[in-house]
Write a protein that binds this ligand. Structure first.
Ligand SMILES: NC(=O)c1ccc[n+]([C@@H]2O[C@H](COP(=O)([O-])OP(=O)(O)OC[C@H]3O[C@@H](n4cnc5c(N)ncnc54)[C@H](OP(=O)(O)O)[C@@H]3O)[C@@H](O)[C@H]2O)c1
Length: 268
């Protein structure tokens, strides 16, 4: 384990494990599946879980990014499995969960980090954009939970971590995106009440601005407006969110961390 810690902590960007000051082995024997693992918060979280000894399924559409992360983590002693999938397709999500189960034999932690946002007012959001946000941020989330829950119930335990957003709790100028994240946060709390009796924990992670590729996927005019709004404010790093997720999933089984909201210190 000491070897695993040393080599994983030498990994360079992305993700920056050096900053994470981790213990090792807390997740030994556990199996995790992380959607959105090809970049940003998902990649940093996958690395953090692997560094703590979890075997991790890495899910996203960009195969080469997943392969690169997998190599980096394996070189550092991690045990990971890249799986290319589009999480807006229910059949692909089912196959992903089946692949993790057949490879690793169980599923303890689902981190649903795949997401997209067009942070614009409603009148500057196209139907194609709002369909994409609903299909990925909400339906994609539901497909993953639907596939994971029966396994976690059979195991009499599991942890579902939903990467929602601060805009899923507070109102920011990002109407439909905010709506999908409010839906995600609301269902997280409702689901927690439903499945706690089965030993399954549910955590909603609600960050403010995090420095990832997220904004780069927006339309140029929307991206410019967001960048103008953020200015030179120091944003959160993906590793800050991964650290929060690691905190939630390494608590004793009796502890359900319901909601973690993290904002850049300077964000209003
Ligand atoms: N960055 C922020 O300021 C911020 C703040 C609050 C909450 N969040 C939330 O944090 C989560 C992660 O975002 P991020 O900031 O890390 O952004 P990011 O770097 O753009 O990551 C988004 C991830 O989602 C994956 N993805 C997108 N569409 C997908 C699909 N159809 N199927 C499977 N995977 C898909 C992407 O991989 P592929 O393109 O390879 O599929 C990528 O790995 C999102 O849910 C986002 O809403 C972000």
């Amino acid at each position: 384990m000491a070897g695993r810690r040393t080599s994983l902590s030498r990994l360079v960007t992305p993700p920056n494990i050096e900053e994470m000051n981790m213990q090792t082995g807390k997740l030994s024997g556990r199996v995790a599946l992380v959607t959105g693992a090809s970049s940003g918060i998902g990649a940093a979280t996958a690395a953090a879980l692997a560094a703590e000894g979890a075997r991790v399924g890495l899910v996203a559409r960009r195969r080469e990014r997943l392969e690169a992360l997998a190599k980096q983590l394996r070189d550092g002693g991690g045990e990971v499995l890249p799986i290319q999938a589009d999480v807006t397709d229910e059949a692909q999500v089912d196959r992903t969960v089946e692949t993790v189960l057949s490879e690793y034999g169980r599923l303890d932690i689902l981190v649903a980090a795949a997401g997209v946002g067009v942070a614009a007012p409603f009148q500057n959001t196209t139907p194609a954009e709002y369909r994409q946000m609903i299909e990925l941020n909400f339906l994609g989330l539901l497909y993953g939970i639907h596939a994971a829950l029966p396994i976690m119930k059979r195991q009499a335990g599991g942890h579902i971590v939903i990467v929602s957003s601060g805009t899923g709790r507070y109102i920011h100028p990002s109407t439909v995106y905010s709506g999908t994240k409010h839906a995600a946060s609301a269902m997280a709390e409702s689901l927690r009440r439903e499945v706690g009796k089965d030993g399954i924990r549910v955590t909603s992670i609600e960050p403010g601005a995090v420095k990832t590729e997220f904004v780069s996927h927006m339309r140029p005019d929307v991206r410019q407006a967001v960048e103008d709004r953020l200015g030179d404010m120091e944003q959160l790093e993906s590793e800050d969110i991964a650290t929060a997720i690691l905190y939630a999933v390494t608590q004793p089984r009796r502890v359900n961390v319901n909601i973690l909201t993290l904002y850049p210190t300077q964000q209003a």
